[in-house]
Design a protein around this ligand. Sequence first.
Ligand code: NAI
Length: 723
Amino acid sequence: MKTIDYQVEDGVAILTIDVKERTMNVLTPDLIKDLRSALEQVKGDDAVKGAVITSAKDSFVAGADLMQMVKAYDDGRSAADKYKDSRSFQSLLRDIETSGKPFAAAINGTALGGGLEICLACHYRVAADNPKSVLGLPEVQVGLLPGGGGTQRLPRLIGQQAALQLMTQGTHVKPAKALEHGFVHAVVAADQCVAAAKQWVLEVGDPEQPWDKKGFKIPGGAGLMHPGSIQTLMVGSALIARETNHNYPAPIAIMSCVYEGTVLPIDQGLDIESKYFTSLLMDPVSRNMTRTLFINKGAADKLVRRPQGVEKSRVSKLGILGAGMMGAGIAYVSALAKMEVVLLDRDRDSAEKGKDYSRKLLQKRIDRGRTTADKAEAILERIKTTEDYADLEGCDLIIEAVFEDLGIKADVTAKTEAVIPETAIYASNTSTLPITGLAKASKRPEQFIGIHFFSPVDKMPLVEVILGKETGDRATAVALDYIQQIRKTPIVVNDSRGFYTSRVFGTYTNEGMTLVGEGVNPALIENVAKQAGMAVGPLAVMDEVTLELGYHVAQATEKALGDDYAPNSGFPVMLKFVEELDRRGKRFGKGFYDYPEGGTKHLWQGLADVYPPAEVQPTAEEVKKRLLYVQALDTVRCLDEGVITHPADGDIGSILGWGFPPYTGGTLSLIETVGLQTFVDECDRMAEAYGERFTVPDSLRERAKAGRGFYDETDGAEARSAA
Ligand code: NAI
């Protein structure tokens, strides 16, 4: 057997899983085949009383091979074939638990998804008290359900309510918590795990699962007539509907499996599970989420865009120019990642104010018991505040976050380059000014780069790296290494106005404002956006970033582009709000919303007088299409113009950067989900109805004609990585 070492000790077969080509064990076809062979061997050997399943790696089994899941979506095989595959893994596990011989799982480390399902099919589960180990059924996070019997065995072990909570949230728990829940029988010291499992086989060795015993009842009850069960399912499905707006089919499918399966014998329950599993596998949501948020995000985290041949770097001393909102956040995440930080502002007080931000966040962590006062103090000690450029001496990397002003930025660049080592990399956190232009103030433009953070820095997972015309490979590599050090996800884009994220996000707020200008009910706009899964409605977000800022950016763009400048379709609304109505956004107390002191914000009532409601309102579906498609189209243009160079960056950037709905898989995956030709036809119609921002790029038209998806060139996903 390729993936299982089979040894017999004292009449107990010890099956040690080791999928050699992977850093963590995953359920490859080889492993499944080998488990079947091992089972037959145990069954057929009278000298073997029972078996222990464990792993040769630090973790037990980390779950399914996600790359295969992505491919399963459009591999051309029928639903019937997919259902058969899913049944075959289930029947292997069912054969283990009905083999007549006792099986014990020695869970030496992390057991997730299919890995935990193997354990649940064993008659006894002992987990190692390993601080790194977690147990759970996280399939919902990739749009799937536990299809190896998890939806049937877990509620039979710990009751519907607890099982549903774990499965619909995809929660991971530590071994001690799993013991409390009751889905492991014991937790022992790591070096005792296999011995404890073996001892159970020899001394107890009950080869029958509770649900195969006569008179078995689900803990806490099940079925339509059981008041507790009905309460759980009714409240649960309402909560899920509220949280997901019906955009995610997996949590509801999990509830259906539990509801339908627990009133039947387990074999029928498993059959129901397979049917729902197959339906999810064929739904684009699971393909979308797995491809973008696991496989390609995983590859981005491993720095798939890092130029080859540049030596790995580590920032030990970081200089930050400007201790405002962004500088303060960058200082915090960098000090947390053990870097020495020099936080510089115009005067010491301003720099200290920036450091106060870290003090505040660390105090919160102490209050929540997430860190100790000593550790917090050590982090704060790493942040040195200053007004003196000489303190930047010895920095490996500088991140500039001063006011968004070309002159000020040029001035601080010159002052900084006078003191930092010649090898240091200099990055700007500008949100709108092209990097190539900013690099003109630098003596070393090949060491000049954009590192664009999102606000609030400590919460937002994405960082956009922007390459200026002259940016060299070493600058890119250092920027990426730094982002990995602070454990964020990078995308790499080429220089252009608004780069990738701000540019495409701008099409969303612009469409929202355009709809307002057409007299579309603002509540319809905001609610449809949220129902479609956008993190925030376009008008609310415009208020957050302030209409005034949008207005200034438009002015700066006009200045830079001269005759080439054409105002966006939503600009007249912005102009009216800023210049005539003086409603400049949340910070100013009023914008599209009112912000009553001590009360909750609400849409501004007077808006209907300024933009009287159109007699015929568009359907919710039409508003949704306008808000989402406009972003998808502009992402295609970014790909065409080389602003982004890989579809994965477009997809990851949209979800992690500005809250494009995860179920879509990102702006480009949305187009594949809708269907390329359908998308093109709809945009043609919308271009006619609403204007040329919906004009379909030729590249997309050709792609649709050829039936070629964005990822076809990259083999369904960007890089292979074990789940
Ligand atoms: P901010 O106004 O909160 O902070 C700017 C800081 O720079 C202030 O503390 C100011 O005293 C300091 N400063 C100004 N001139 C200076 C000089 N000559 N020398 C030293 N320090 C100086 O601004 P914020 O929001 O932190 O933005 C900073 C940069 O980050 C801007 O380029 C902005 O476009 C960019 N950015 C902002 C985002 C946001 O959401 N606010 C998001 C991403 C980028």
